[in-house]
Design a binder for this molecule. Sequence first.
Ligand SMILES: Cc1cc2nc3c(=O)[nH]c(=O)nc-3n(C[C@H](O)[C@H](O)[C@H](O)COP(=O)(O)O)c2cc1C
Ligand code: SF4
Length: 288
Amino acid sequence: MLHFYSTKHKDEVDEIIDQFVLGAKIAHDAGADGVDIKLCHGYLGTQILRPYNDRNWKYGGPWENRRRFAYEIYERIAKEISDPNFLIGSKITMWEGIPGGQGCAGPDTSCMDLSEPLDLIRGLEERGADFILVSAGNPNLTVALAHPDKRVPDYAYLHHTFQREVKKVVSPKVAVIGSAYSVFRDGKNGFQGVEEGKNNLLYWGDKNIRDGVVDLVAIGRQSFADPLLPVKLKAGKTQEIKWCTLCDNCMELLVRQKNTGCATHDREYASILTEARQKEGKIKFKYA
Ligand SMILES: Cc1cc2nc3c(=O)[nH]c(=O)nc-3n(C[C@H](O)[C@H](O)[C@H](O)COP(=O)(O)O)c2cc1C
Ligand code: SF4
């Protein structure tokens, strides 16, 4: 976990905020539609927001201090990029699943308490957020929560609850985007106690949008596995969709610091992985 001990680090965080703003300006000038200010998955935003950051300093201790980092970035971007068409939003971990993690009730408890993430989201809307991408977990520590997989597929249901809770606190102007749908696949997924045909990616995406749980569904690993999924769906060619097998080969590429893509369905990434395994040998990583 990240600790901040000296005033020097305070200055560093201010510099990092400057860099976020500069990054957004570069993206805007390059013609991007918008930016996603990451407040998820154990990155710096999470490390500052989480209750574990309990030393009382400008960006730590009481909630008003911990949320300042995110709010300052939004306020600065709004001030320095006065383009109403430039989108700003964040991917947010609602519950990190580690003691003191984001969405926990305190610095030394794992008990879930969504009041801080939900308050954060309300404040982001006040500062101009156009979208919130709802996530959970931390891929380094609670990987099955961030990317529900074959071992603990049921975590995907938890994401639905988080999505619904976010939807309740924002106005219709903010698009609420759900994630962690890839694990549902075409129904061959290891979930228990479900009716056939009622537990696949297309079913849950459609249902959650219709039920008002989310406005949009983001597709992660499944987009690596078959970027043409939307085209095939539109053309009624669902039989041709290549489904993500949840094999974690893409995660292995990431852990090996290679270009990342589907090393199962895409030959280019498969050969990058084969070559890396031959050169570097087996690596021990907890996703395998
Ligand atoms: C190999 C790999 C790389 C990822 N890289 C990013 C990333 O750079 N930024 C991000 O927000 N999420 C990243 N994710 C997380 C996904 O965007 C997504 O939140 C997660 O995989 C759950 O969605 P899914 O079930 O559709 O895969 C990555 C996931 C994987 C497997
Ligand atoms: S490498 Fe495996 S887990 Fe990753 S996208 Fe491809 S099939 Fe899915």
